[in-house]
Structure formats: structure tokens, C-alpha cells
Design a protein around this ligand. Structure first.
Ligand SMILES: [Zn+2]
Length: 248
């Protein structure tokens, strides 16, 4: 029997936190890239949903920089191998690593992903740790409240990336935390769900047959046609991310 369902239901909440301070460091006269769509990645262009299952694109909201689209492929993913202090095999949690790598594998059918060994070069970093509790203000009571325990969380930030050809590109990177303190059967769906956010699905599905369903359920869904239909629509949208700053 999996753990207490209340905890199981308290899966990730993708929190909208952005490191806007990095952008504030730009010269005042610097202009953001205009909104433009990138070419659709070949993997998504080839995707055809013969079942016509629809999507939940309307649940995905663009950020102030536009949709969270990756244009430099493959996306580099770092998966934490062990905790800093872990000395023994049991602490290395092979089940956690296997589950997370499997989630990477599953998504790489739809978008090219490459697992890298160092967090320094990674676009998406996946950490084996429990997300911190964050107090949130309850507008109806005016009090700060601690949310229920979360098993996973994804955060993104924007930064300016300098390329050798001297172009400066508005870029994104993600940090995902996935708790090792959950039933092994939930680690894979957790990782699958959070990776879906980091690949651009910044929203939740209202249907529990999608991997981006807003809550964790007893029988988590694999990546669904609706997930991919949604991803494809996102990658057709204009964004400022991945484009060079205009010359001033
Ligand atoms: Zn989520």
C-alpha cells in the first residue's frame, strides 16, 4: 500500500519564481529580444496524434519572456548521482537515479535531451532532495501559511548567455528537486511530471490521464498524446527566450 494518500496528493506545485535580478543587471538601455517563434523541433514536427485526443494548451500561461521553449537542442540535463554526504550504496539510491533517468529517456522521444555529468553545463538540473516548505500568504485570512509537504518542485530562471560569436542570448535554466523520501513507484511519475514543466509545459492538465495532471494519483499516467499535443503547441508560440538581444 503506498503511503498516505494525503501526502501522495501533495505532489509538486510549479512555483513561478524568476531570478529577475539577473535581468536587472543588464544596462538600462538594453532591449529584450522581440517575441518570435523558433522552428519546430523535428521530433515534434513529426509527431502526429492519430487519436485526436486534444490538448490543455489553454492551461499553460506564458511568462513575461514568453513561452518556455528550448531552441538549443539537445537540452542538457544533469541528474544528481548521490547526496554530498552519501558514502554507502544504499544512500546512493539507485532506484531514484533509475527512475529519473527513465523519465529523461521517455521525454527524449519528443525532444532531444542529453544527460551531462556536470551541473555547470546543464540546462536542467535534477536534485535528489526534498523541496523546501515555502510560506504563502492566504489572502482571505491575511496570514502566512505553510503548504502541505511537496514531493517535487521545479523552478526556472532567466539569464543572459554569451556565445563565442559575441551574441548575447536570453536563456533559461531549470532546477528540479525530487524527494527521495517517497515510495519508489512515485519517483518516476514525479520526475516525468516535473520534466514536463522544465521542457515548457508551465501549467497543469485537468485530466488525470495526463502526466501533467495537477495532483499525484494512485495510478499515475504515462506521457499522453495530450501532453505531446500541448508541448507541440507551446513550441509553435512566440517567445523572447533563445533569441539574441537586439544590437543597441
Ligand atoms: Zn506540476
Amino acid at each position: 500500500m503506498p503511503r498516505n494518500l494525503t501526502i501522495a496528493l501533495a505532489i509538486c506545485t510549479a512555483i513561478l519564481i524568476m531570478a529577475v535580478d539577473r535581468l536587472a543587471a543588464m544596462p538600462a538601455e538594453a532591449k529584450l529580444p522581440p517575441l518570435q517563434a523558433h522552428p519546430l523541433p523535428a521530433t515534434l514536427a513529426q509527431w502526429q496524434d492519430t487519436t485526436k485526443s486534444g490538448d490543455y494548451f489553454s492551461e499553460v500561461k506564458p511568462t513575461e519572456m514568453g513561452y518556455l521553449v528550448w531552441s538549443q537542442l539537445p537540452v542538457k540535463v544533469y541528474v544528481q548521482k548521490q547526496e554530498e554526504s552519501a558514502a554507502t550504496n544504499s544512500e546512493r539510491s539507485p532506484k531514484w537515479i533509475e527512475a529519473v533517468l527513465q523519465a529523461v529517456q521517455e521525454w527524449s522521444v519528443y525532444l532531444p535531451l542529453e544527460v551531462v555529468n556536470s551541473p555547470d553545463r546543464a540546462d536542467i538540473k535534477i536534485w535528489r532532495s526534498r523541496p523546501p516548505l515555502r510560506a504563502t500568504l492566504n489572502p482571505s485570512t491575511g496570514r502566512f501559511e505553510l503548504p502541505r509537504v511537496r514531493s517535487a518542485e521545479t523552478l526556472y530562471e532567466f539569464y543572459l548567455r554569451k556565445f563565442p560569436n559575441s551574441a548575447t542570448v536570453l536563456s533559461q535554466r531549470f532546477n528540479i528537486q525530487i524527494s527521495p523520501n517517497q515510495a519508489p513507484d512515485y519517483i518516476l511519475p514525479s520526475a516525468r511530471h516535473e520534466l514536463g514543466h522544465a521542457l515548457g509545459i508551465w501549467g497543469h492538465s485537468p485530466l488525470e490521464t495526463d502526466s501533467l495532471y495537477f495532483a499525484q494519483v494512485r495510478h499515475p499516467a504515462p506521457i499522453s498524446s495530450r501532453d505531446i499535443n500541448t508541448l507541440k503547441r507551446i513550441y509553435e508560440q512566440p517567445t523572447r527566450i533563445g533569441w539574441s538581444l537586439p544590437e543597441s
